[in-house]
Design a protein around this ligand. Structure first.
Ligand code: ADP
Ligand code: MG
Length: 714
């Protein structure tokens, strides 16, 4: 039997191991078990310490160094009571993954004895040897110092593994010179900037009680799961996270029978485990379902403050990866693991709220009369329009390039969908004060036993990159693997910029001068309405229309990234204290660099697989054919396979040359350009020829698990 056949046999005999103990570990009993949350804090900290810590967590008081020793002691007692032996500062360097280095609590005290130690300093500050993280030129390799700093707003948690427990402290990561080396610090800064400017606007609307405005995030996470025994046989899945080869499966997603279909036992077992594990870590996992593509799924948590929700999303992705293994599955988070079927995104549901619980994007019953809502709505519209190029850049990478613009995901053109009700209100506002709001009415189903349904005032639009959905925006163009921090940093900064401009104007008016307000809002509509689009974002006509409107259409990462280096970009990030010029430049460089590195990995992997797996299969098959007698059919087949084998050799050669030439480009920008212009096209030719061979070569000689197996056999 071939390795593929052995794997398929194992899958056929796979049975889900039932864990009967789920009855004892249901929802509420286990929720937050692994989190040093409010309940644990109350139990392990003295009252005054507890109260002070809560005020800092709630953003009401700056961090007080006087309490850290006491907090550290409580944290240690709690962690050790749960079996923890180690602690780690957990952070998000600009690699796109999280990082951690573990220290044990043990310190020798002579006499062969040890003591468990964990000081306030251990809690608050760490210094990993940081020389190998990308810094975008902020630090040379010989300057290794980097510090981690505890982020009180994100709960401390336990990583519980089969053989032990690690106390995990979410932190920010800075260089010796104080520059952010991570994704989190700029996000927190953008949050504060947005909050500051939003409060100025709220004060004009006579809100004197809110003390803080922050954003909420509810990320819907799409992902694939495939059988590990098959997937491990594909170097491309192991190294690149996506298939670089693979002929289409005879059956794909055309029957649309996977979408919201009943969830197969094996996948549901994974999801059950996932939910329980996430609940233990205090992550409010809420929704799960089958997605459009075969073997594709989605989970969504209940929304949380962005500072917490973005960390939680990192934990969601790593927990999925870890648990998949326990179920003999491979977790694929790439934006496009399989050609020809849908890829995966992350839909960031986003809103602004006050510490009193008011959602500033809630239109209420009469949006036209809700001046404060309209002001915040228009601030978002202006921010997204004015900084569309930055928002596009914030979601640009090699993986998302496969997705944006294909007919399954929003295009690379940034536009906003409002829905018919708000569109109408905005149209009215353009001419003066809005006087009415369309109603949704109700839906009669014509069957007496079925209820009459209230109908939303607005339908949905699933093709828009940035859609208003009732009381929040859904930023749908984000890639599935992307950490939330960076796109949200850019969005927060863009909106902070708009809120600041709005507040500047409002502060010249008397409070309650609604005629003056209407003039200001009308002007924002007039200047920014080109970003509003209600139609089908997938249609070619939209591309033409967007060009007429002068909206940027940056198709690839190489087109999108220059936006990060404009004078306007430098100004806005610096003005709101989100990124210094040097920090922004570093981020841009890291993005370019990463794009090129991913490109090289994929090109090298393509060459390796084509040469050592695919070409040999074709040659072996030709050997078999040559002994198969001289029928006309065999002669034709032999000629076809031989021709494809020759073309494969030539395509391999061409790809190698293109990759070599890219290596010699004068700059990383030129190198990235070479990928778009020559390396990726050359790689596509290798794939095309190899995929044609896959449909001809004897199945038992084909070395790679096929799409029909990966996507359907589990
Ligand atoms: P749908 O997008 O299908 O309408 P939901 O309304 O349940 O689904 O929302 C999807 C995600 O949006 C969930 O994570 C949900 O918690 C989140 N969400 C709901 N309301 C808000 C809000 N005001 N701000 C941010 N996220 C929200
Ligand atoms: Mg949604």
């Amino acid at each position: 039997m071939t390795a593929r056949q052995t794997a398929i046999e194992a899958i056929a005999n796979h049975r889900v191991a039932s864990t009967q103990d789920y009855l004892e570990h249901a929802g509420a009993d286990i929720y937050g078990e692994y989190v040093f949350g409010e309940a644990a804090q109350r139990q392990y900290l003295a009252k005054p310490i507890f109260r002070k810590l809560r005020r800092t967590i709630d953003g009401l008081e700056p961090f007080d160094p006087a309490i850290v020793d006491a907090v550290a002691h409580g944290v240690k007692e709690w962690a050790m009571a749960h079996g923890a032996t180690h602690y780690t500062h957990w952070f998000v360097p600009m690699t796109g993954s999280t990082a951690e280095k573990h220290d044990s609590f043990l310190s020798p005290v002579g006499d062969g004895q040890t003591l468990a130690e964990f000081s306030g300093r251990n809690l608050v500050q760490g210094e990993p040897d940081a020389s190998s993280f990308p810094s975008g030129g902020i630090r040379a390799t010989f300057e290794a110092r980097g510090y981690t700093a505890w982020d009180v707003t994100s709960p401390i948690f336990l990583q519980v593994e089969p053989n032990g427990v690690t106390l995990t402290i979410p932190t920010g990561f800075v260089s010796y010179t104080g520059e952010a080396l991570d994704h989190k610090i700029p996000m927190l800064r953008s949050q504060e900037a947005l909050g500051r400017e939003a409060l100025r606007v709220l004060r004009w609307f006579d809100n004197t009680t809110a003390s803080r405005v922050f954003t909420n995030i509810g990320p819907e996470q799409e992902y694939f799961l495939v059988d590990r025994r098959l997937a491990e046989q594909r170097p491309d899945l192991v190294l690149a996270g996506r298939t670089l080869f693979g002929a289409p499966s005879p059956k794909g997603q055309e029957l649309e029978d996977q979408y919201f279909g009943s969830i197969r036992e094996r996948m549901l077992a994974f999801m059950m485990d996932l939910d329980r594990e996430l609940w233990r870590m205090g992550i409010p996992s809420k929704t799960r379902h089958n997605e459009v593509a075969p073997a594709q799924f989605e989970m969504a948590p209940v929304y949380e403050a962005t500072s917490v929700g973005s960390d939680h999303n990192m934990v969601v992705m790593s927990t999925m990866r870890r648990l998949a293994r326990q179920h003999d599955l491979m977790f694929l988070i790439h934006e496009k693991p399989f050609a020809g079927i849908n890829g995966s995104g992350k839909h960031n549901n986003w809103s602004m709220a006050t510490d009193e619980g008011e959602n500033l994007l809630d239109p209420g019953h009469d949006p036209h009369a809700n001046a404060q809502f309209l002001a915040f709505l228009l601030a978002v519209i202006r921010g997204v329009n004015v900084h569309a190029d930055l928002i596009r850049a914030s979601i640009a990478d090699a993986g998302n390039d496969h997705r944006l613009g294909a007919n399954e995901a929003p295009p690379a053109i940034v536009s906003i969908f409002l829905g018919s009700q708000l569109e109408d209100v905005i149209d009215q506002l353009e001419k003066g004060a809005a006087s009415a709001s369309k109603r949704g009415g109700s839906l009669e189903l014509g069957v007496t036993s079925l209820p009459i349904l209230p109908r939303d005032a607005t339908d949905r639009n699933r093709t828009s990159p940035f859609a208003f959905t009732g009381n929040k925006f859904e930023f749908r163009a984000v890639g599935s693997s992307a950490p939330i921090y960076w796109p949200q940093t850019v969005l927060n900064t863009a909106v902070a910029d708009s809120l600041a401009a709005l507040a500047d104007e409002l502060e010249t008016l008397e409070q309650g001068d609604f005629a003056g307000l209407t003039n200001i809002l009308s002007a924002i509509v007039k200047a920014n309405k080109q970003v509003l689009f209600e139609g089908n974002n997938y249609a070619d006509e939209w591309h033409a229309e967007a060009a007429r409107r002068g909206l940027p259409n940056n198709r690839t990462t190489v087109d999108a990234l220059p936006a990060l280096s404009t004078a306007r970009a430098k100004k806005v990030f610096a003005q709101f204290g989100v990124l210094s010029e040097r920090e922004l430049e570093a981020r841009a460089e890291i993005n370019w660099d990463r794009y090129v590195k991913v490109g090289h990995i994929e090109a090298s992997c393509t060459l390796d697989m084509a040469r050592t797996l695919i070409l040999p299969a074709a040659v072996r098959y030709l050997g078999e054919l040559s002994g198969a007698g001289a029928s006309k059919g065999v002669a034709t087949l032999t000629a076809t396979v031989a021709d494809l084998a020759d073309r494969l050799v030539a395509a391999i050669d061409a790809l190698e040359k293109a990759q070599g030439a890219a290596h010699h480009a004068a700059s990383v920008h030129a190198e990235a350009g070479a990928f778009v212009e020559s390396v990726i096209p050359a790689q596509n030719v290798v794939r095309e020829v190899a995929d044609a061979l896959e449909t001809l070569v004897a199945d038992d000689l084909w070395p790679l698990p096929k799409y029909r197996e990966l996507l359907f056999q589990y």
